[in-house]
Design a protein around this ligand. Sequence first.
Ligand SMILES: Cc1cc2nc3c(=O)[nH]c(=O)nc-3n(C[C@H](O)[C@H](O)[C@H](O)COP(=O)(O)OP(=O)(O)OC[C@H]3O[C@@H](n4cnc5c(N)ncnc54)[C@H](O)[C@@H]3O)c2cc1C
Length: 87
Amino acid sequence: MKVCIVGVGDGGAVASLQNRRVDSNAQIDVFGKRADLGCPPREMPLVLSGTVARWDELIRGLCATSFYEKRNININLSTEVSDILRW
Ligand SMILES: Cc1cc2nc3c(=O)[nH]c(=O)nc-3n(C[C@H](O)[C@H](O)[C@H](O)COP(=O)(O)OP(=O)(O)OC[C@H]3O[C@@H](n4cnc5c(N)ncnc54)[C@H](O)[C@@H]3O)c2cc1C
């Protein structure tokens, strides 16, 4: 099975995780238009309020490259999806 997920936010991360759980052999590709994984919007208040001093001190969790690597999920950054050709 080939799975294509658009967006590397929380939704994309959880969708890719669930797909991996149901099919350990699936080819899973996640596409994000940003150049890096960044951080989810929910973490912004932590830095803006000073609770966490710097952006790179956030606990990355779902937004770490290792999250995808560990599960054999391909991340394609800097790639805006404009269409999906199904076959
Ligand atoms: C200030 C703030 C605080 C929040 N706090 C909380 C909280 O405490 N708890 C909580 O549960 N939720 C919180 N939320 C909500 C939570 O952040 C969102 O519900 C969650 O991030 C949504 O995740 P998502 O993956 O669906 O979308 P997003 O995080 O928006 O990710 C979508 C990704 O898809 C990419 N993308 C879009 N279109 C394309 C395309 N065509 N091709 C390639 N890539 C594309 C975008 O660049 C983006 O990276 C907060 C939100 C904000 C703004």
